[in-house]
Design a binder for this molecule. Structure first.
Ligand code: PLP
Length: 392
């Protein structure tokens, strides 16, 4: 079955929907049983989409979990109140004091902060590695290395990693491979075919797709599902069925939104590539992006999120560029229907295994569902303001 067909039908088991189209919101903490026999059955099967207790989820959750597991290609999915919670729970479910973690240098900044603060405090040592390290990762593996964490493409700087090579080497050393797969969403790559053990989504982004819910998912393969599920349960992770309903509703239009985000973004990126102010694009579908060859091999499509690097730019000129835009608004997060712009500084201070030339400013864009001609006109005016300041 093709992904477009899957996202329409997945998770809509009659057991959970009772025959209506959208899995309904079922609000529940306590679930009751009439006999000891039923209670025993529920206890034994509490991880298999059977009612047990609210913290294990209910029909709204089960329907959505089944859909995400199938789309990502794993066997089970745990839900979290944010993408950040999915990352911290996945890591903490597989690491203990004395363990060593290999973390990609281009990781989402809060992931990095987690490693340097909480995980360090719990006695987990982190080594950051160059996202383009490939087979060189084997030189960084220690006897106590337990987890290899990837994010591809990386946050902000967009390096695409050689996931199959990294996974293969990790597995030769019994290391668990986790991937922050948010950029691909569950439809533009096959993480488990590339050797990933746990694939993480900030569902807040494209799955929800409407900038109104925080949510994270972590999907595991057979070998890692029980440990992820039980440890996340111990950490008390559960989310409201109302939020799940919205995510599940967002999911149904994921493929059409993604295709439009991609088309719009490519039009804007192609235009940016002709601008004299632009040094290069950090868009995985362009050759100037590190790891472009892995994008072509491992992804079926791109989306609305990319960055571009300017040849130069004073702080005043950058401010003039991003302020007073008509359609692009400044804001964190991405993956909604609206366009966003960010002038990102301080990248050099959140890279330790690689270097970043801070003399060349970086702008990150999320291209929404507006008509790209309007977005290009907005950016054209932004460059005019930028140049006026820069040439003062
Ligand atoms: C936004 C984001 C997260 C965190 O998700 P939240 O839902 O905001 O906690 C994690 N990873 C990546 C790549 C992200 O872009």
């Amino acid at each position: 079955m093709k992904k477009e067909t899957q996202i329409v039908s997945l998770g809509r088991d009659k057991k959970w929907t009772q025959g209506v189209i959208n899995p309904p919101v079922v609000r529940a903490s306590t679930m009751v049983f009439d006999t000891m026999e039923e209670m025993r059955f529920a206890s034994k099967n509490k991880a298999n989409g059977e009612l047990f207790y609210g913290r294990r989820g209910g029909p709204t959750h089960f329907a959505f979990q089944a859909a995400i597991s199938e789309l990502e290609g794993g066997v089970g999915t745990a839900l979290y109140p944010s993408g950040a919670a999915a990352i911290s729970n996945a890591l903490m479910s597989f690491l203990k004091a004395g363990d060593h973690l290999l973390m990609v240098d281009s990781a989402y900044e809060p992931t990095r902060a987690l490693c340097d603060s909480l995980l360090a405090g719990f006695g987990v040592e982190t080594t950051y590695y160059d996202p383009m390290i490939g087979a060189g990762i084997k030189d960084l593996i220690q006897d106590n290395t337990k987890v290899l964490f990837l994010e591809s493409p990386g946050s902000i700087t967009m390096e695409v990693q050689d996931v199959p090579t990294l996974s293969k080497i990790a597995h030769e050393h019994g290391i668990v491979v986790m991937l922050d797969n948010t950029w691909a969403s569950p439809i533009n790559s096959r993480p488990f075919d590339m050797g990933v053990d746990i694939s993480i989504q900030a569902a807040t982004k494209y799955i929800v797709g409407h900038s109104d819910v925080m949510m994270g998912t972590a999907t595991a393969n057979e070998a890692h599902w029980e440990q992820l599920r039980e440890n996340s349960y111990l950490m008390g992770q559960c989310i409201s069925p109302d939020d799940v309903y919205l995510a599940s509703r967002g999911l149904r239009t994921l493929s059409v939104r993604m295709a439009q985000h991609e088309k719009n973004a490519l039009q804007v990126a192609n235009w940016l590539a002709t601008r004299p102010e632009v040094d290069h694009l950090r868009h995985p579908a362009f050759e100037s992006c590190p790891g472009h060859e892995f994008f072509k091999r491992d992804f079926t499509a791109s989306n609305g999120l990319f960055s571009f690097v300017l040849k130069e730019g004073s702080s005043k000129a950058l401010t003039a560029l991003v302020e007073n835009m008509k359609h692009f608004k400044m804001g964190f997060s991405w993956g909604g229907y609206e366009s966003l712009i960010l002038s990102v500084s301080g990248i050099d201070s959140i890279r330790t295994a690689t270097t970043w030339d801070k003399s060349k400013p970086l702008i990150r864009l999320h291209i929404g569902l507006e008509n790209p001609d309007d977005l290009i006109a907005d950016l054209e005016a932004a460059f005019e303001r930028f140049n006026a300041q820069q040439n003062k």
